[in-house]
Design a binder for this molecule. Sequence first.
Ligand SMILES: [Zn+2]
Length: 223
Amino acid sequence: MTSPTVLILLGPPGAGKGTQARMLEEDFGLVQLSTGDLLRAAVASGSAAGLQAKAVMEAGGLVSDEIVLAILKDRLRQPDVARGIILDGFPRTDGQAAALDTLLADAGQRVTAAISLDVDDEAMVGRVAGRFTCAGCGEGYHDEFKQPAVAGTCDKCGGTAFKRRADDNAETVRERLKAYHAQTAPLISYYDAKGVLQRIDAMGEIAAIRAALGDIVSGVSAG
Ligand SMILES: [Zn+2]
């Protein structure tokens, strides 16, 4: 029996991580496991680790790595993840990555690939910062890439009121990217040193990114 695929998907907000994770689920039968979903499901299941997590969360605390790992260990035994998983939001530190490796090794598994969705920071700032939407119907526009055909009038509903999200400005986007790089750098180094780091240019078309991800998953699964 082949070992399940274990993917770690890394990418800043706006890199399309969620979209690509859904496509990997479709294309390869993988299951995306986010830390939040894992915790909620464990609490609902009433498992030992779930009850521990519940107590910590009710006390307003942060669930420890140990509990998250115990929950993940339980989850990996369930039949729906037999083909493999995409981890989202865990690990966040190189310490957690090392603990994850130990957990997987105990089950005869390992991280198949840690895939970094790389973005050009300044291009990303331009993409996000110029966004606005129609206040009436929610149609999305962009200062640079998609202006309404008639200036100031929504193509879809003819509305003339538009809104911009307060956090869609250049400075906020730059700060988010900076924080992402600072947080992720140790993980990138960790997986690079393990020889499982893969980088994908996430600035291209969604279909091209999907294909590149597919090549990685097929390649490493076959190998
Ligand atoms: Zn509209």
